[in-house]
Design a protein around this ligand. Structure first.
Ligand code: HEM
Length: 288
């Protein structure tokens, strides 16, 4: 008898439990993953998708930096192999070029930007350096060097801006690639500074200050996230151009034009160099 009752109960209760569970499923507890996903969406809006998109943008940028670095250094190395450095006798008359103030602020900007470039690269390629305290220290150095760079950039801008205004003949200088693709030195269309130097001036000083502002906003980290993302984009795009021209500037002033370094130390340039590479300025000072 007991057996019969138990069998009957099982026959009724088991299907009832299954059917009941099916009916109650939509009202029961949902999976925790699903709940968190909904909560995430509520709190962060579209950020999970945008964030993923943004992270892939940063990863792509790391590659761009790598390619630009290798590309620029490779091209400069090839240029050196094919055309070699340009030498001037430095025996003739000397022409005064850089006042003491300009030289001092130039070297201030040069030193602080050198720290910025290398600590910036270390921050970007932190993984290769193994992350950790070394990268964290270099990141702090990046911030410190930026505060040192900004006043020098402003002063250098003020010291040189009057001779850095673009002129029509700058286009012609670009057309002949500044005469750098020839072993035979010929006069090129340029005033006190050539188009390449002007480009570096504007990017290094004015562009450098934009980098300071965008970097400062990122350092503060108080603005809305969409604004911070824009700041980082500008910082990375400009940084890429600064990186390329920084190495070109180093190559030109330390390797390709022998004696350029001397001129930023003593303030004087050899007249033969000025006559060939800055003929419009040479004409002007010869008349004076
Ligand atoms: C270690 C880094 C640097 C070195 C070794 C260096 C060296 C030199 C030298 C030797 C000159 C004289 C070139 C000539 O008249 O033929 C020069 C000029 C100049 N430098 Fe630098 N420089 C450095 C970084 C910078 C930085 C960071 C800036 C700006 C932010 C800068 C801006 C200029 C400008 C505007 C000129 C005058 C035009 C020109 O030659 O490009 N330099 N630099």
């Amino acid at each position: 008898m007991v057996k019969k009752i138990l069998t009957l109960l099982m026959l009724v209760l088991l299907p009832a439990k299954t059917i009941g569970a099916e009916i109650l499923r939509p009202y029961g507890p949902v999976s925790p993953v699903e709940t968190l996903r909904k909560l995430n969406h509520l709190l962060l809006g579209n950020w999970p998708d945008e964030g993923r998109e943004f992270i892939s943008f940063i990863v792509a940028f790391k590659n761009y930096y790598f390619y630009v670095l290798i590309g620029v250094l490779g091209v400069l190395f090839l240029h050196y192999l094919i055309f070699g450095p340009r030498r001037f006798e430095h025996r003739g008359e000397r022409i005064f070029y850089y006042g003491l103030f300009t030289r001092l602020v130039h070297w201030g900007a040069a030193l602080s930007m050198t720290l910025l470039v290398f600590s910036g690269l270390a921050t970007l390629f932190a993984k290769i350096l193994g992350g950790g305290s070394l990268v964290m220290s270099l990141r702090s150095l990046h911030v410190g060097a930026a505060f040192a760079f900004a006043p020098f950039a402003i002063l250098l801008f003020l010291a040189l801006v009057k001779d850095m205004v673009p002129a029509f003949y700058d286009l012609k200088w670009f057309l002949v690639m500044g005469g750098y693709l020839s072993r035979q030195p010929r006069p090129v269309p340029a005033g006190k500074f050539n188009a390449g130097q002007k480009m570096w001036f504007w990017l290094g000083t004015a562009g450098g200050l934009v980098m300071f502002y965008t970097g400062y906003k990122l350092y503060q980290f108080t603005a809305p996230v969409s604004f911070l993302r824009e700041m980082l984009k500008i910082h990375l795009y400009l940084g890429l151009a600064v990186l390329a021209l920084y190495f070109i500037h180093l190559y030109m002033s330390l390797v390709a034009i022998k004696g350029a370094l001397k001129s930023m130390l003593s303030g004087y340039k050899d007249s033969e160099e000025v006559a060939l590479m800055h003929p419009k300025y040479y004409e002007k000072v010869s008349k004076d």
